[in-house]
Design a protein around this ligand. Structure first.
Ligand code: SAM
Ligand code: SF4
Length: 334
């Protein structure tokens, strides 16, 4: 019987999110402060060879799906090369990318040729001015070009990540839903998470995703639960009658999210995180080259993976045996 990454609660982990950098060319308001971020020096980042080694060991333990993230993964030089290396590993079936889309369009072809199988593009507003405000300077045209490029090179179904914030972009829910009617995309509404000490802003801006279904009904659209799009994880999916695309709700705060969690994370500096929310981390770097030690580290990480992230109680009573992470989302990878 091969060893598999199964935790105390019977959850099988076949999905690894790899952050390749903590740097970013944007400063989204819910993710990074405008100024004052300190970044890991380059020598502390796992090299492409080290990442490939870790993934090779994990593929032997049942990991099949990878997602490259960041920071902005496309600010890491030669990402195509890493994708090429990962795609050669026996057992790896799926290599996805989460990007803000600023640098994607011109590289779509090469990324695809290297072995990229899917892409998620973050797009929190369809209005150019507002997009620029949310991202602190991002040019929406580049993101829209990237969506076109992703279609052109055959990276479908394209998923668009929308973090909903009360009073910032919740008046665009209907526009995003309309987009799923007109185009073969999957819009994924994500609840704003209180990660990295932004409690006050979070309290004011958090919006439960039940709002999306309410707005959909108010428009007179019938949304039926839809098939799970491959690799969707915690997304609850719907399709509006007659729509070319679909939409997903990712509600880490207001609804079940952890029960079916199949993911492990590794930060750009080599810290394995069993859960997005808690501070527990295990640095893998010094074990690379010793397969048994790398396996052991991942099993130790899984052993303490909590059943829940308890983000809903983020500002109230929590499980005292773990503490919330001090990392920002850009330092974890989402
Ligand atoms: N830079 C890439 C991007 O923005 O797509 C990848 C990294 S980003 C940290 C990954 C995802 O996390 C993005 O879709 C982003 O919108 C989301 N995200 C960042 N901070 C968040 C927060 N506080 N709550 C919910 N989602 C968040
Ligand atoms: Fe950068 Fe992505 Fe964070 Fe925005 S969400 S600041 S694009 S890492």
């Amino acid at each position: 019987m091969p060893k598999l990454l199964v935790d105390r609660f019977g959850r099988m982990h076949d999905y690894l999110r790899i952050s390749v950098t903590d740097r970013c060319n944007l400063r989204c308001v819910y993710c990074m402060p405008e100024e004052g971020m300190e970044f890991e020096p380059e020598e502390r980042l796992l090299t492409f060879e080290e990442i490939t080694e870790v993934v090779r060991v994990l593929a032997g333990l049942g990991v099949r799906k990878l997602r490259l993230t960041g920071g902005e993964p496309l600010v890491r030089k030669n990402l195509e090369q890493l994708i090429g290396m990962l795609s050669q590993i026996p057992g790896i079936e799926d290599i996805a990318l989460t990007t803000n889309g600023i640098y994607f369009a011109s590289r779509a072809e090469k990324l695809r040729a290297a072995g990229l199988t899917r892409v998620n593009i973050s797009l929190d507003s369809l209005k150019a001015d507002r997009f620029s405000l949310i991202t602190r300077g991002g040019d929406i045209r580049r993101v829209l070009d990237s969506i076109e490029a992703a279609h052109r090179v055959g990276l479908s179904p394209i998923k668009l990540n929308v973090v909903l914030m009360k009073g910032i972009n919740d008046d665009e829910i209907e526009d995003f839903l309309q987009m799923t009617i007109d185009r073969p995309v999957q819009v994924r509404f994500i609840e704003y998470m209180p990660i990295g000490h932004q409690d006050d802003i979070w309290k004011n801006r958090y919006l439960p995703l039940s709002t999306v279904l309410e707005r959909c009904a108010e428009k007179g659209w019938t949304a039926a639960p839809s098939e799970s799009v491959y690799g969707n994880g915690p997304s609850q999916n719907f399709r509006i009658e007659g729509a070319l695309g679909s939409f997903g709700l990712i509600h880490p705060i207001s609804d079940h999210f952890c029960e079916t969690c199949n993911r492990l994370r590794i930060t750009a500096d080599g810290n394995v995180k069993p859960c997005l929310y808690w501070s527990d981390e295990f640095n893998v770097r010094k074990y690379i080259g010793d397969d048994a030690a790398v396996e052991d580290l991942f099993f130790r990480a899984l052993d303490i993976k909590p059943q829940n992230h308890e983000m809903a109680e983020a500002l109230m009573n929590q499980d005292q045996s773990h503490t919330p992470t001090l990392r920002r989302m850009s330092q974890i990878g989402g």
